[in-house]
Design a protein around this ligand. Structure first.
Ligand code: ADP
Ligand code: ASP
Ligand code: MG
Length: 416
């Protein structure tokens, strides 16, 4: 069971989470619960760090950020103890979560679940601080924003759990962010493939790495509300999804930035040097577009997007390379966002891209960059246009409730 930040934000919610955990245990289950930091705690800790240092040391930042989820676990253990059960809170390190050494965005390498298993055998409810682990160099690491989801999925795999329940502040995975589209539809099931694309294109509800981990290790993930008992959304293998609607969801993200390298020499190896340098600096590059020069020997333009918080790092990496590579200008645009549509049915239906572009065009929204996969179309647009774009696409593809009825073989027959 994993509880997100809103679900443990204050004392009454924390006690409510404790009661849900205890209920599950009283049904006869062995329970491991992963908790996130309370409310905006992680953001506050980042602010504290930036107040004392403009560029906080990543190792120390991880030391600081990991405390948020530890607080939640200790408090929840107290609440569970008061309900007459024995709860044991553990840090990520104590729980045996071993990661690589890339601070603030570490990857889980291994889960050594002996201590958790021993505690479960001893009748304890185990609470694990999400979003963190210990690196192979024995330092505390964190797993990137939203990383408690990945902790939960990795632990579910390690203890061979029946299910990994992700309790959050919405009722499941929706056809669009329910905070942006009022009539977004809750999906009963979604395939790992679609959920991967959704997570990669901004649906915050599950961290991308959690979905990857779940798919690789075959973990059953159930996203549901922490405020009521209704079933939420099951993430399942593609063969288990019954219907394959053309479009499953519209997703969006804000907080992106675009960098354009103008006057790039048109020579083999240049793009390799640019992106190797960015990768070594740990800049997360996403959509990439290069314009080929019209005549041989002329220069090319190369644009790509990065998360806005990586912009400074990208600039610091590229500026010193300008002269050696012969780049004339490094231009940046910090206010970009993205809207995407995702659907497995897209594979076999032409015309989806045309409909996306004309829908945005009719709204007067300019498309700055486009990228596609077999089941996704993404458009980079201005951040200010994102909300309107999501609403327009959700309506154009009729994703609201009641628009996708399960087929009934009797009523769908053409009347004679
Ligand atoms: P938690 O703190 O529980 O981890 P998050 O804030 O990380 O919660 O993720 C839940 C949020 O994801 C929701 O409040 C919702 O606004 C957002 N969200 C974005 N896209 C979707 C979607 N397609 N379905 C459900 N929620 C979404
Ligand atoms: N507390 C961390 C964050 O805010 C991790 C999480 O909530 O999953 O990103
Ligand atoms: Mg989250």
């Amino acid at each position: 069971m994993k509880f997100g930040g809103t679900s443990v934000a204050d004392a009454s919610r924390l006690r409510q989470a404790a009661r849900r955990i205890v209920e599950r245990a009283e049904e006869g289950n062995r329970v491991v619960a992963v908790l996130s930091a309370r409310g905006q705690t992680t953001d506050e800790l980042i602010r504290h760090a930036e107040e004392v240092s403009p560029n906080p040391h990543p190792r120390e930042l991880d030391m600081l950020l990991s405390t948020g989820e530890r607080q939640s676990c200790a408090l929840c253990a107290m609440a569970i103890n008061d309900l007459g059960h024995r709860a044991l809170s553990l840090t990520g390190s104590q729980a045996g979560i071993v990661t690589d050494t890339s601070h603030t965005r570490a990857r889980i390498l291994q889960v050594r679940a002996e201590r958790i298993n021993e505690a479960l055998d001893g009748g304890w409810i185990v609470l694990v601080a999400g979003f963190q682990g210990v690196s192979t160099a024995r330092d505390v690491t964190t797993l990137g924003r939203g990383g408690s989801d990945t902790t939960a999925v990795a632990l579910a795999d390690a203890v061979e759990a029946e299910v990994c329940e992700i309790y959050t502040d919405v009722a499941g995975v929706f056809s669009a962010d329910p905070r942006v589209v009022a009539d977004a539809r809750k999906l009963a099931v979604v395939s790992f493939e679609e959920m991967l694309e959704m997570a990669a294109s901004g649906a915050r509800v599950l961290q991308l790495r959690a979905v990857e981990y779940g798919r690789t290790h075959g973990v059953r993930i159930h996203v549901r509300s922490s405020f009521d008992g209704a079933p939420g959304t099951l993430v399942v293998g593609e063969e288990e999804t019954m219907e394959q609607p053309l479009i499953t969801a519209v997703t969006h993200s804000t907080g992106e930035a675009r960098i354009t390298l103008l006057g790039l020499p048109d020579r083999p190896g240049i793009a390799g040097q640019v992106f190797t340098a960015l990768a070594e600096a740990n800049v997360n590059v996403d959509m990439i577009i290069q314009n080929e020069p019209e005549s041989e020997g002329a220069s090319a333009d190369l644009s790509f997007t990065v998360p806005r918080e990586d912009l400074r790092l990208a600039r610091e990496t590229l500026d010193p390379m300008k002269d050696t590579l012969g780049i004339s200008t490094v231009a940046e645009d910090p206010d970009m966002g993205r809207v995407s549509i995702v659907g497995a049915g897209m594979r076999t239906h032409p015309g989806v891209a045309a409909k996306v572009f004309s829908t945005l065009g009719a709204e007067g929204i300019n498309i700055e960059m486009i990228s596609t996969s077999p089941i996704k179309i993404s458009c980079v647009i201005r951040e200010d246009d994102v909300r309107r774009a999501v609403q327009a696409l959700h309506a154009a593809f009729e994703l609201g409730p009641g628009t996708i009825e399960p087929e009934d073989p009797f009523t769908s027959r053409v009347p004679v």
